[in-house]
Structures are given as structure tokens and as C-alpha cells.
Design a protein around this ligand. Sequence first.
Ligand SMILES: [Cu+2]
Length: 386
Amino acid sequence: MKFLSLAAGLLSLAHLAIAAPVGDVDPEVAASKRILELQAQYQQNIFGAIDNRTTGCTAQNIQRRKEWSTLPKPDQAAFIAAIHCLNTLPAKTPPTHAPGARFLYDDFIVTHIDQTPFVHASGLFLPFHRHLVHLFATALRTQCAYQGPLPYWDWTLSYTDPRKAAVFDGSEHSLSGNGAFIPGRNATEIALPGGFTWSIPPATGGGCVAHGPFAQGRFEVRLGPVGYEPKGPQGGLGYNPRCLTRDLSPAYSRGTSPTAVTKLVEGCGDLACFVHEMDMPGGVPGGVHASGHWQVGLDALDVFASPSDPVFWLHHAQIDRMWTMWQGLGLKERTYQVTGTATAANDPPSDNVTLESVMDFGILGDARTIRQASSSVDGEYCYVYE
Ligand SMILES: [Cu+2]
């Protein structure tokens, strides 16, 4: 007995000795590992919920959304081609509403501009953007024959410097790289929901995107700006053709670190906490949503017209991945939670949202309730993040 307990004591000492260096492990490395564990748990729960289904969303027909760097090269090329395709098909938006909308891609920006006062910093933020990304994915498939998985941009992989992200490597298999560096620029004052302005200092670029599929001469931005000066004509809905601009920022990318994600996904027990942590951690604008936009810069800074930069769709798929993972870690209690009101920063004041609150998608399609946009596998959606 004595020997055994001594041996057990030695064993636990040995265990301590092995465990000790854990305290020295970079918390970001540990958090990256933890995110993969949480994702595996979420996937297990989702498949547990749909495994015995024979109709609707099943384990056989579920769509798998993939990180850009794990998308096969032919799918990357096809995804890029499909975005160019949306920029050649005619817009459905009437010119009386948005004279600058020329192509189908612009219809998505118009809806986003029109709905911005309701769907940011509000209870509609997550469900609205989930459905908007779904509508975009559907258009890529049905209008432009894209067959591959919808990609997301996992910004935790390049949180030390977004210039290292595969999605921005500037190659033909990227969404283009940085904007050309313009020295001596002023900060960009951006309008945030609720009447705030926020100053974004210049970073590593600032000019036209110079390389890759969305470089100057190969891609055109037409609508906006709305959220910063100089604003585009007719409230940003007029015709304002120009290049896509970026200003990749290794300062703001710190806001999308692995520890920021574990704090959000693992640290929040209810949706109110989750949304607060995502948008206004500590009561200050920031969080992974804003940090994703701010580390890309310029066109992506515009709260209204940011879908002008194609990376918007990959960023918002990643934001949706955060929500989907959080929901999937407690499917029963979390899927149909709501929080907040139906106006940005509750300005002007509006009632709290309910599952029956309605979201408007303009020319893109029929309205949806929050309930309809709440589950990634129970209603019209059927996808899992991997
Ligand atoms: Cu948005």
C-alpha cells in the first residue's frame, strides 16, 4: 500500500514535471488548438442531430464550407471566375433606386447599403448576414455555375500579419493582395452605427489593389463610399467607378487572434454576451467582426458598401462560422436565442427583436424572419464549417 501510494506520488510528480511547460506555451498556439477541438465538437453535435434524417438536410447532402487555403486550386479559380461573372450579368436593381448599380454583384451591395441602419450592432446582425451570405452563395451557384464549397477566411491563421494570409497572397489563386503603398496618408474617419466616428490610421497599403484577379483594370468598384469621405454620389447609390483599395493592417489583425475567438466562442454562455464580445468587447468598437474589416482597410472599412471588396463574403462566412460553432456547442439551448433591438446601436430606439422579427433583402429575394435564419441545418440552409 505504502509503496503504491509512493509510486502514485512519484507518478503525479512526474506528471507535474511534464505538465509544467504548459504554462510557457504561447496562449495563441493553445487557443488555435482549442478552436479545432471546439470545431470538432460542433461538427459532432451537428452530425448527431442530422444523422438519422432521410429528408431535408442530411449527412449526405450537407454542404461543407472550407477555409480558403484548403479549397482545391480549381475551386479557388472557379470561385474567382464566378465573382467576375456576377460582375457581368445585368443588375436587377431599378436605376431609379440605385443608378450606380450596373451588374448583379451590385444588387448585393445595394441591399447591404439600404439595410445597414438596421442590421449592424443590432439583433438582426447575425441572421441578416447569414442569409445574405447564403443568397450570395446561391447566386454564385445558380447564376454563375460555381460548384465548389463556399470558402471562408479564417483570419486567426494570419492574425500577426494579414499580408501572410493565403487569401491575400496576390496570386491568381487569391482575392488579390494589398493596395499599393501610399506614404503620408491621413487617417480614415469612418462612420459607425449609432452616429459614432472612428479613426483608422494608415497601415501598409492605401492605394489600388495592384496584383491578382481583382487588381486595377480587372475589377471595378462602382457604389459608395458611404461610410467615409469623399462620399460617392446619390448617397453612395450613384455611379462612381474606381479601383478596389486595401490597406492591410498588422495592428488590427491582432483583434482576430485565436484567443479572441476562444473568448468569444467558449467564453459566452448566452447570445447577448456573444454579440457584445463580437462587436463591442469592453464597450469599445472592435471585436472580431470590426477587426476583420479594419485589417483589410479602405473599401472594407465602409460599414455600408463593404461588400464591394469580395473578401467581405469570406469574412462574413467566418463570422457566421463563429456563430454556427457557438450554436453547435449547445444546439438545444442556443440555436433559437435572440438579443438586441432592430436598429443599429438602438438608434433610433426600437423594440427588442423576437424570432418573428423580419429582415428585408430588397431585390435579392423574399424577406426572412430571424427564426428562418437561426439554424444552419433545420430550415433552408444545410451546411457545416470544416
Ligand atoms: Cu454588414
